[in-house]
Design a protein around this ligand. Sequence first.
Ligand SMILES: NC(=O)c1ccc[n+]([C@@H]2O[C@H](COP(=O)([O-])OP(=O)(O)OC[C@H]3O[C@@H](n4cnc5c(N)ncnc54)[C@H](O)[C@@H]3O)[C@@H](O)[C@H]2O)c1
Length: 277
Amino acid sequence: MKRNTAEIRLGDSQEQEGDLPVRSVGRLSGKRVLVTGAGRGIGAKIAESFAREGASLVITEVPGEMGRLNDVADELRQTYGKEIEGIMLDIRSDQSITECANKLKTDGLDIDYLVNNAGVNMLVPALEVTPKQWDQIMDINLKGTFFLTQQIAKGMVKRRSGSIVMLASQHGVVANENRAPYCASKAGLVHLTKALALEWAKYGIRVNAVSPTFVATEANREHVEDPRFRRMSLPKIPLRKLAVPSDIAEAVLFLASDQAGMITGHNLIVDGGWTVA
Ligand SMILES: NC(=O)c1ccc[n+]([C@@H]2O[C@H](COP(=O)([O-])OP(=O)(O)OC[C@H]3O[C@@H](n4cnc5c(N)ncnc54)[C@H](O)[C@@H]3O)[C@@H](O)[C@H]2O)c1
């Protein structure tokens, strides 16, 4: 019987998870990164990759996820011996953003790299989207991300240096059904990246985006293992596998670091070829 190559490759991809053979070269020693939504999933992996490369970390989470964030911070401290600060931050709230910025200032925590990872999705047919759902997605993926970036960029402007990476999505480039607000928010984020890159280049600040395809994380494991999801999604990915968090973390690390010193306003699509066709 002929086997479905799409299904075979998904298995391969899952075996790779968290397992990329990357050797640390300490390329971020002496630098500090702020990663939002780092209590789980892609954000936790990004935090680990920066710690592995020698960076100090400020990682943030919403109030209900502080337990997870503290676990991530403890593990990274033990593994990499770096300075890791966990801060409560809800980017839907102006007050929370201001409090976070004030704490960084009071504690003298200059941020060299900002990774805007926090984001939400909702699968709802466009005809049924409510104003509340629209606002929730836009307030987190676009508005909150912008106003946090504005606060952090003030310090970068003073130091005439900094690098910002936005977690956008392939769905900011190509559409998919039942995701109208999400697609719109991520497309907005890709263009916001360009606008900020243009405006802040004079301060030595680079702004880039990473746009993943579907990423197999702990939180969405049930969804991505659903055979119906596999049948619909894998044939659209020429490499016939989903991304794993380390695929995304390494792309973010590259764009943030000085190795990408001539790259700004770019959207690095990490999609196994989905958007090529
Ligand atoms: N997983 C995927 O398939 C995929 C694909 C493309 C893009 N992305 C993007 O990558 C990023 C991370 O995705 P993930 O799969 O790890 O998601 P996730 O839901 O596992 O993690 C998102 C994190 O953001 C935090 N968060 C939510 N609301 C927040 C708020 N108001 N303020 C601050 N933090 C908040 C959550 O607590 C969570 O820790 C998101 O921006 C997402 O849109 C994910």
